[in-house]
Design a protein around this ligand. Structure first.
Ligand code: FCB
Length: 448
């Protein structure tokens, strides 16, 4: 078929602990910042919480069986830090370790390669009470966590992602206040971003000590920016947005330090950076994880609209339920840029997908042609990038299951599998069956 990929290409689906597990206070788990945030009225649409979510904490065996039926070769999940270290550091909760250990065994038995993410936003509340990501103590705590997880699972888990989307954690959580812990302080956000990167860098080493064969990386949300017009104002705006969303993370990881134009743009003290930090952050990774959903079009508000040139680039008409433009070319452009400008040794698309208002039809099936088309067109762009020489080794659809979409609660369905949140019934959507076929026809198996 048209979508032919290299034979060792890794075909997967992704989830995150808080978004699917539920069991929020079971099995000795500690409270996370998302438990606290969602339990506080006014933060999540319809007052929803991840208390139960997809009930994966109890249904994980069935969910692994489902992954197997869908022909998945790999599964990216995240470990809930407070499940294995309820207070964030100190005492380990053996029940939490057992949960992930059994999950990993079940995946391996089903021939599915586990990709474990250590931090997908559910920080132990006890660590937030001690200052959270803006406080430097977090780096030691993360290292203890990385050591605990990699000692317990590293004999079987060979693919690790330290941190998911540090931009979102730092800026949406500590500057914009839309995510836990709901703070609105740029200074805190910058310190948080630095400690997330530093935790990543030290974490890479810790994981390798416990699991010498590990492939370790970080997953970034990368959103290409395009100036709305060729006017100087829009071009400056685009460079700035690219700087604070993309380069602020890519450059330090690539050993280039924080971009000077963005340091100046933020205009805040960088006194949280200590000697040796930038080298630690630049610890070479085995791969970069790319989470791509859409592009942004940058329009300056620094000058009156009437003084600016008319936009020559506008969003396309095709939008997802998130209001995000469907723009597959952006993924190709991004992968090309990463290949030529940054040269990471390998790239995985660790998230790509779309929310649509799926419904169960009279026949009990869920037909989602828009998602299928989104996935197909983005996979074509991945293939183009591979042909260009970009070292893209795998692709994870976001998400395996409809789930708790953070501040939007359960109102946004990203799954290739539909979840009825009342009965917990899972119904693979048309896109899941299509994806299964793509995987089958590409006959991939992950080697070492
Ligand atoms: C990403 C997150 C993921 C999910 C998708 C839609 O930013 O990593 O948890 O919410 O967006």
């Amino acid at each position: 078929m048209e979508l032919s990929f290299p034979s060792r290409f890794v075909w997967g689906a992704a989830t995150a602990s808080y978004q699917i597990e539920g069991g929020w206070d079971e099995g000795g788990k500690g409270e996370s910042i998302w438990d606290r945030f969602s339990h506080t009225p006014g933060h999540v649409a319809n007052g929803e919480t991840g208390d139960v979510a997809c009930d994966h904490y109890h249904r994980w065996r069935d969910d692994v069986a489902l992954m197997s039926e869908l022909g998945l070769k790999a599964y990216r999940f995240s470990v809930a830090w407070p499940r294995i270290l309820p207070a964030g550091r100190g005492a380990v909760n053996p029940g939490g370790i057992d949960f992930y250990s059994r999950l990993v065994d079940a995946l391996l038995d089903a021939g599915i390669v586990p990709f474990a993410t250590l931090y997908h936003w559910d920080l132990p509340q006890a660590l937030q009470d001690d200052g959270g990501w803006p406080a430097r103590m977090i780096v030691d705590a993360f290292c203890q966590y990385a050591a605990t997880a990699s000692k317990a699972l590293g004999d079987r888990v060979r693919h690790w992602i330290t941190v998911n989307e540090p931009w979102v954690s730092a800026f949406v959580g500590y500057r914009d206040g839309r995510h836990a812990p709901g703070h609105t302080d740029l200074g805190e956000a910058l310190a948080a971003a630095h400690h997330l990167l530093l935790s990543h860098g030290h974490g890479v080493k810790v994981i390798r000590e416990n699991c010498p064969e590990a492939q370790v990386g970080i997953a970034l949300n990368l959103t290409p920016q395009e100036p709305a017009s060729p006017s100087p104002a829009d071009r400056i705006e685009s460079t700035w947005s690219d700087g604070q969303i993309n380069r602020w993370f890519l450059d330090p990881l690539a050993g280039r330090g924080y971009p000077q134009d963005v340091i100046e743009g933020f205009g805040k003290p960088m006194d949280f950076v200590q000697a040796g930090d930038m080298a630690a952050i630049a610890e070479p990774v085995d791969f970069l994880g790319v989470n791509y959903y859409t592009r942004s079009i940058a329009r300056s508000s620094a000058i009156p609209e009437a003084d600016n040139e008319p936009p020559t680039i506008t969003r396309g008409a095709e939008l997802t339920e998130m209001g995000w433009e469907v723009y597959p070319e952006g993924l190709f452009n991004l992968l090309r840029r990463l290949h030529f400008d940054y040269a990471f040794p390998a790239i995985y698309v660790t998230e790509n997908g779309a929310a649509f208002a799926d419904q169960v039809g009279p026949d009990g099936q869920v037909d989602d042609p828009d998602r299928l088309s989104y996935l197909r067109r983005h996979l074509e762009m991945v293939k183009r990038a591979i042909h260009l020489g970009a070292p893209v080794k795998g692709y994870f659809v976001w998400a395996l299951l409809d789930n708790f979409e953070w501040g939007f609660g359960f109102s946004k369905r990203f799954g290739v599998v539909y979840v009825d949140f009342t009965t917990q019934q899972r119904i693979p959507k048309t896109s899941a069956r299509w994806y299964r076929q793509v995987i089958l026809e590409n006959g991939s198996a992950l080697g070492a």
